[in-house]
Design a protein around this ligand. Structure first.
Ligand SMILES: [Zn+2]
Length: 190
């Protein structure tokens, strides 16, 4: 729906190794949560900001934005005014399912989360992982940019159906910042 994958890959992908210790630690947290009977709904739907802690960036276009966030694929997306080549972090732990050029998206990272939904981060200048790699929340998965259908550096982010790519409602840091809002990250792992 966005075009063909460009042969030859992302043009600047580096491979980073996984941190097994963090992975095991996260599994322990999930298990503990289950044993204490805490519902998983709130945790499963919580997404941290996608840049390092303590920093604030403006939402240049929020969900429903008239410029390009009205259609099936983008309705609940955010554009965040990150400069080029800035750290982009996973909003929730998960498994990398895409980390490559994808048509008008430019370089895209897509992560499948334990809740069964995917988050994606597009117009990147670089991506650092391969499909199948597991990343914790807060891990740097790429650098921002302006690849694909983009007129200036920014990060387009949203939660989508992993198969149909339908844009789905979600939150960042527990709220839904609209166009012009300032989003501050408390992303302690970044
Ligand atoms: Zn966008």
């Amino acid at each position: 729906m966005f075009g063909r994958k460009r042969p030859g890959g992302s043009g600047g992908k580096a491979t980073l190794s996984r941190r097994a210790g963090i992975f095991i630690g996260s599994l322990a947290v999930v298990l503990t949560t289950g044993l204490t009977g805490t519902t998983t709904a709130s945790a499963a739907g919580y997404y941290e900001a996608l840049f390092p802690a303590g920093e604030t960036y403006r939402i240049s276009q929020g969900p429903g934005g008239s410029y390009s966030h009205l259609d099936y694929y983008n309705r609940y997306a955010w554009d965040i005014a990150l400069p080029a080549n800035y750290e982009v972090t996973a909003t929730q732990a998960g498994t990398i399912v895409r980390s490559d050029w994808y048509g008008t998206s430019g370089i895209e990272v897509m992560i499948r989360h334990p809740n069964g939904l995917c988050s994606h981060y597009i117009h990147l200048n670089r991506s650092f992982y391969e499909p199948g790699d597991w990343v914790p929340q807060g891990r740097i998965v790429g650098w921002s940019g302006s690849t694909g259908s983009s007129t200036a550096p920014h990060l387009h982010y949203g939660v989508i159906d992993c198969n149909t790519r339908q844009s789905l409602p979600s939150t960042l840091e527990g709220w839904t910042p609209g166009t012009g809002a300032l989003l501050t990250s408390s992303n302690y792992k970044a």
